[in-house]
Design a protein around this ligand. Structure first.
Ligand code: SF4
Length: 209
């Protein structure tokens, strides 16, 4: 973690400790909005960690990750790929919901690269505890949070990205992207997403042998 970030140090060594700390975290401006931090969820040791961008409106209200439409879509594809969500640790690159008010509605805003980099402190903490064999990053923000750099999804999906240390990293689209598409483009991207999850499932099987 970069030394110039506020309170640089080590994240707590337990998931409960990280959860408590993110609720108090104000390292970046997102934590000052009217929201609550949303901690990752799943087994303390999971072979697969799935990382999204940030909590959405529904996740923020529920205080749980991936409970909104994107999460429901993800669940469907995980089932199709033969991956049991109860065996997966799901979390986000950014722990607070970033939004702007439009009347009475809170509209999603993408986190900046800097905000993702700052929040990576907590993701690193979760990774150190959960010790997954594979991390699957959903979308560009998640990929930046996991890899510490920006990548192009179309060029990096479908195969593990070489890492010097730690788990294999795979990258695919965010389910919210699929929800926004229509017609042929939707079908094409759904096929690619399905294929990515199937490849991850196969690799998980290989790593378990
Ligand atoms: S988004 Fe992350 S870094 Fe920013 S305040 Fe929330 S927990 Fe802290």
């Amino acid at each position: 973690m970069a030394k110039d970030l506020p309170d640089a140090g080590k994240p707590p060594a337990t998931l409960a400790g990280i959860e408590k700390a993110i609720h108090e975290c104000r390292r970046c401006p997102i934590g000052f909005l009217e929201n609550q931090a949303v901690m990752g969820e799943g087994l303390k040791k999971s072979a697969l960690m799935v990382v999204g961008e940030q909590p959405g409106e529904q996740e923020d209200l529920a205080g749980k990750p991936f409970v909104g439409p994107s999460g429901q879509l993800l669940d469907r594809y995980l089932v199709e790929a033969g991956i049991d969500r109860r065996q997966v640790y799901v979390t986000n690159a950014v722990k607070h919901f970033k939004f702007v008010w439009r009347g009475k509605r809170r509209l999603h805003q993408s986190p900046t690269g800097k905000e993702i980099d700052i929040c990576r402190f907590w993701l690193d903490g979760e990774l150190a505890i959960v010790q997954p064999k594979i991390v699957l990053a959903l979308g560009g923000s998640a990929a930046r949070g996991v890899l510490g750099k920006s990548v192009t999804i179309s060029k990096t999906r479908g195969h593990p990205l070489p890492q010097e240390h730690g788990p294999e990293v795979w990258v695919t689209a965010h389910p919210s992207y699929l929800l926004r598409l229509k017609d042929e483009m939707k079908e094409q991207q759904e096929r690619l997403f399905r294929a990515d999850l199937a490849a991850v499932a196969e690799r998980l099987g290989e790593l378990a042998e």
